[in-house]
Design a protein around this ligand. Structure first.
Ligand code: UDP
Ligand code: MG
Length: 311
């Protein structure tokens, strides 16, 4: 590793061959203007579109460029973590390769770092081209996670940030598989600050986060920072038990003190289906957590490396 690097820039890459040349051009312009010893660590997350070939060429031609090629696609968060593991700089910036995170913001991040921030977060002001559904579901997610977890996440937080060496080393100690980095980088604490930017539309290609993947990412975030959904079963159980107790008293009263009788299998059926449904839902919630416990106990490495270039 290049111990003299002041700044490391970590870039996860998954099939970004179309965006990469423009990204590399703009990033090197910014780094040149910054005028401090820097390294660029591309993490190829199992691309199959020639991205790796470009990274190999740059790693051979540009002393600052390094590439870590993972053995297959491990996912955005794990690719970022692999980059953090290999970064040597006293400050590490992570940003996406699709140019939604403008590299021109890096000097501002560095300025905040020099002013004493150990974690400089970024907030998207708006994402040009993001659909209504994506915006609304993101709002719902941030509302929920702030309600039920101990961490305080600003809505529209992006995975574009600067971490100083202390924060990087702290995040590196968190080896959990479900890596919700937005939460983890807040969880570690330290002096945090925030910079706003306007996210551009993707330069080329399409998002690697279709709805299903986004949903499981959201579940990662919620389950790794809150056990509240598990407790919800107990609350709901208590409420139902309390309600049925009252109903039993009412039924006994009708039976013994009046000449009427309570009728209806419809109400019985409704109650049985309702309780059955609630039980299945919470069985699913327990299963979700149990599956994650299972994943963690296997203790597999987070990622496997095929090759490293430029180190
Ligand atoms: N990415 C990755 N592995 C994946 C999915 C995405 O390394 O499995 C990279 C991708 O190349 C990009 C960044 O992570 O640099 C963010 O992905 P994307 O832009 O598709 O996410 P979005 O901005 O749509 O949320
Ligand atoms: Mg993107």
């Amino acid at each position: 590793m290049d111990a003299s690097s002041e700044l490391s820039v970590v870039v996860p890459v998954y099939n970004e061959a179309e965006s990469l040349p423009e990204f590399y051009r703009r990033l090197t312009l910014v780094l040149n203007s910054l005028n401090l010893p820097a390294e660029i660590i591309f993490v190829d997350d199992g691309s199959s579109d020639g991205s790796l070939g470009q990274l190999e060429r740059w790693a051979a031609a540009d002393r600052r460029v390094k590439a870590v090629s993972l053995s297959r696609n491990f996912g955005h968060m794990i690719a970022l973590s692999a980059g953090l593991d290999h970064a040597a700089g006293r400050a590490v910036v992570t940003l996406d390769a699709d140019l939604q995170h403008p590299p021109e913001l890096i000097p501002e991040l560095v300025k905040q770092w020099r002013a004493g921030s150990q974690v400089v977060n970024t907030l998207r002001r708006e994402t040009a081209g993001a659909g209504w559904l994506k915006r609304k579901t993101a709002e719902l997610f941030y509302w929920l996670i702030n309600k039920i977890s101990g961490i305080n996440l600003p809505a529209n937080a992006a995975d574009y940030r600067l971490l100083d060496r202390q924060a990087v080393d702290a995040v590196k100690q968190l080896r959990e598989r479900a890596r919700f980095l937005r939460g983890l980088t807040r969880w570690v604490g330290f002096r945090q600050s925030c910079v706003e930017f306007t996210a551009a539309p993707r330069l080329a290609g399409r998002t690697k986060y279709p709805f299903g993947r986004m949903f499981s990412f959201a579940l990662d975030g919620l389950t790794s920072f809150s056990a509240f959904p598990l407790r919800l079963a107990a609350y709901l159980g208590l409420a139902t038990a309390g309600f049925s107790f009252l109903y039993i008293i009412y039924a006994l009263y009708i039976r013994f003190f009046t000449s009427r009788a309570i009728e209806g299998w419809a109400s019985v059926l409704v109650v049985v289906l309702f309780i059955g449904g609630v039980q299945l839902i919470f069985l699913g919630v327990i299963g979700e957590y149990l599956g994650r416990v299972y994943e963690e106990t296997k203790q597999r490495p987070l990622y496997l490396i095929d090759k490293k270039l430029g180190f």
